[in-house]
Structure formats: structure tokens, C-alpha cells
Ligand binder design. Sequence first.
Ligand SMILES: [Zn+2]
Ligand SMILES: [Zn+2]
Length: 369
Amino acid sequence: MAVLAIAIGSIVAAVDTPMPTTQLRARVTVFDGGEVWLKEIDLPTRGTGEIDVAIEAGAVCGSDLHTVLGHRSAPPEVALGHEGVGRVVDIDEGATDQRGRPLSAGDRVVFALFSACGTCDRCRDGLEMKCRTLFKYGHESIEKAPHASGTLASHVRLLPGVPVLTIPDGLTAAQVVSAGCSVATAAAMVRTLGDRADGRTLVFGAGAVGAYCAAILATLGSEVYVSDPSPTRLAVAEKLGARAYTGSEEPFPAVLEASGNANAFVNALETADIGGMVVAAGSVSPGSTTVTFDPSLAVTRRLTLVGIHNYSADDFVWAVDWLGEHAASLELEQLLSPPQPLDDIESAFDLMETGEHLRVLVVPNDTRG
Ligand SMILES: [Zn+2]
Ligand SMILES: [Zn+2]
């Protein structure tokens, strides 16, 4: 593992701007040239509206693994990780969170994986995850501001357009760490179902997003079935309140595709009932997979097909509310590995690759910086 120290940017203090008391040094997981390693970077002065967060825990998501395995393109020295929980260490006076509540140093927070402008046409249409000037955490080079843009790190710097929420201390890091990716995505999928969410539902895929979909649907009163080839994953979904799909069930009024498998996308269309809704979120890599299907599957049964990629700020708030109510009683930590040290991030990725855990929990194991 190569650990290098570099300085990015420089401090320029205007006459009427107080000098920062400390310069923040962050340890950040980067991926470049086929290697994943930890790099130390000195951050420039925090800008107005930005929030520096000391990471309590991050989680390796399937998309981080895809990047490291070369399944998706990445810029040089990409900062990895977009699921995290931590404590505010530096913030503007009078700042507020996504609910408008006061936010200050020491507060425990979770945060969305994107920064959006809030004013462009897409943001105005509730498509802030597709903002014209979108910044996505866990997908950008450390050369690009805000530099500390991954959660598999000691610190992350949140841009002004990132939805941030305080989270109660009573919940463990493992119970809330996935708020900003898999839980919020599952919330976006379930919320799309509207009043179909408490009827019979079928979820394809029991990875993290599928498992959270099943858990959320079960808490809403749905009779939820899950399809996944892995008995281990199915067992987790069943503990969260789902039943194993056998293939002999009646068609479903609502079907969620969270596996990313192209054939499951067709299966989702096939298993939806007349007038039903299919919400698909699994297939996120353009060109990586194709499938042929009979369009009459959708047409003659008058299906509604909705694609969901990431989530809105409202979905994120809904997801964090749901975690507050259910994370402890559902023992959501069962979706994650035991904590792995940030200093051995390569092993954390090796563990993720085994598929043994839906997510691998990573904790900074010292308090430097
Ligand atoms: Zn993710
Ligand atoms: Zn925008």
C-alpha cells in the first residue's frame, strides 16, 4: 500500500476573513491504475456553505466494487465511497440541515451522495439527482474540489448542495451508514409505488437495495416476496419480513427490479399483473447488458414502467425517518460486515468481493487529522 502526502490548493485569506484555525488533513481511499489505496491529502480552506465531516463509518457499496473491478470507468485517483455517517467538525455559523434544523460542530449526520444546485430545470422538476451541475460523491478525482469526496476516508467535505440530516446517537453506525445510497434508493422505489406499496409486492434481487426494499415494504404492511438465486441473501430478506418467491404465485400489482440482471428486468415485466407497476433500479451501467423482450408484455397488460436512479432530497428525508423508526428493531446491522479498518482498505474490498456481506463496514481506526 502506498501512502503519499500531497498538498492541494493554497490558503488565500481576504483581509476581512479570519484565518482557519487548522488545516484539515484527510485520509482518503483512492483507486487508480488498478490499485486501491489510502492517500493523505491536505484540504484547502473550507468554503462558505461547505461542511467538513469526520467519518465514523463508511460502507463499500456494490458500485465501489464495480469501479475497482474495472466494470465502470473512473477518473484518475477517484475518491471511493458514498455511504457514510460521521460528525460535523467544521461548519458555518447558523447552518441548518435538510429539515431546516440548526446544524453545528459535533452533530452526528448522514448525507446524500450528490450535490445539486436546486435551481436548474431538473432540480425544479424533482430530478436533483440529475442536476445540470451535479456532483456525485465516490465518483470524482481527488484533484477536483472538494477533493475529500469519498466516505471510505477519515473525513469528507460536503458541498453546499448536499442534503444533510442529523441522526440520533442511539442508532449504531452500521444501522444508518447506508442512508445515502441503498436505503434512500429503496425509499425512492417504494415511494414510487404510491398506494400499491401496502399490497402484494415482488422484489427481484436481495442485495442491499432489494433487502431494504423488502424491509420497507414489510413495515408498510405489504405481503412482500423476494427472488434471488442466493439462499444466504434470501435468508436475510426473510428475516426482514419477506417471503421467498417460488414462481408459482399469482401476478403482482407491484414489482421492483433491484438486481441489475437484465433477465430479471424481463421477469419483472412478466410477473406484473394487468394494470400493474414495475419499478426498475438495478440496471445502472449503460451498454453493460442487453436483453430482448416482447413489448406486448408491457402494452397488452397496461403496465406502468418507472426507472429509478438514485433518489430525491425528499426520498432521502423519508429514508432517514424510516431508519429512525425501524433500524434498531429490524437489526439492520445484519446487512453489513463487522467493522473493517480503513488502514487496510484493500482487505475490505477483498471481503466485499467474496459476496459474503451485502455491504462492508469500514471505520477509520485512528484519529489523526
Ligand atoms: Zn451505492
Ligand atoms: Zn440543478
